[in-house]
Design a protein around this ligand. Sequence first.
Ligand code: MET
Length: 389
Amino acid sequence: MRIFVVLAASLFFAQAAFAEPVGSPIPVGIAVGQTTNVALFGEEQVNGAKVAEKMINEKGGVNGTPIKLVFQDTGGDEAGAINAFQNLISRDKVVAIIGPTLSQQAFAANPIANQAKVPVVGPSNTAKGVAQIGEYVSRISAPMTLVAPNALKRALAINPNVKNVAVVYAQDDAFNVSETGIFQEAIKDQGLNIALIQKTSVKDTDFTTQVTAILGANVDMVVMSCLAADGGNMVKQLRQFGYEGLIVGGNGFNSPNMYPVCGKECTGVIVAQAYSPKADNAENNAFVPVFKEMFKKDPAQFSAQAYTSVKVVVEALSEVEKNSGKKVAEMDTAELRTALNAAIISSSYDTPLGEIVLDADGEITQKTFYVSQIKIADDGKTGAMELLP
Ligand code: MET
C-alpha cells in the first residue's frame, strides 16, 4: 500500500514536472548582429528568439528539460561572426548555433561550425548557396529566388506601364549581390529593360552619385538590394531629389527598423516577405500575442524567423530523445550535436511561417510568401507593412 502511494505520488510529480522544466538547461547559441548597422535586424532576431525560449520553457522545454539561449554578438562583419561561433562552440558548448544574421558572415563562420560538427540553423541568410556550405548547415530563411519575383509582379500590378528599370545593389555584401542577380533575371523575365545598374556599399550614407545617375536615366522603377540603414538612406535621397516612380526593395528592406532611417520617404516602397504577422495558422496565432505582450508591437519577419529557428532546434532535440531513448543531458556533446543535425534536416515543421520542410541539404521549402507596401505614420518614424492583395 505504501509503495502504491509513493508510486502514485511520484507519477503525479512527474506530470507536474512536465509543465515546470527541471535539470540543467540545454544551451542553444544565438549568434546575431546585436551591434553595428546590422543591429537593425539583430534586435528583431533577439526578440523573436526570446519569445521562443519563454514559450518553449513554459511548455516543459525538451520533454521536461529547459533550454537556455546563449547570446553572442557577431557585430556586422565576418571576424565578429567567426569569434562568436568559436566562443559558442568551445566555451559555451552549445548544442547548435542559430545565426549569423548576414549571408556575408555565414560564408565565413559556418565552415568553422561545420568542421567542428556543430549544427547551424540560418535564421535570415537568403543568398544562394548558404545551406550548401556543409552538412551541418541548414536555414529556415527562404532564398530570394522565390521571394523576389513576387515583389516585381505586384509592382507591375500597381503600374503596368513600367518599361525602364534601374537596379541598385550593395556590392560589398554577399546576399545583396546574390539578390540583385535574382532581381535582374526576374526583371528581364517580365520583359522590362534594365536601363542602368548602380553599385553602392553597405557603409555608404551619401548616394548623390547614384541618385543623380538614376534621375538622368528617366526610369519608372528602381529595384534595390541593400541593407536597411544604407537602403533607407538611399530611398530618402531618391525621393528628396525628386524621383517619383516605383521603388521595390529586397530582403534588407523587410524591417520596421528601417522606418526611422528613411522616414516618410519610405511610404510606398514595395517589399517581398517570407512572413506576415497576419498569417492565420495555429503556430502564428500562438506566437503573435506573446510577442506583442513582451514587445508591444507586431513581430517582424526577422523575429518570426528567429522564433522558428529555436523551435526547429527544440523539436529536433525532442526527436533525438525519441530516437535514442536517452535524455539529451545524458549524451556526450559531440554525439548529441551529430544526432541533432541529423534530426534537424530531412524534416518538416509547423511554424509561424507556415509549414516548412528542410531537405537533406538543409535547404528550406516554404509555401507562402507575401508582398507589402510600407506606409509611414504622421510621426515620420513608425509605420506598417500593408499587405498587397
Ligand atoms: N537576408 C540577409 C542575408 O542573407 C540578411 C538579413 S536582411 C539584410 O544576408
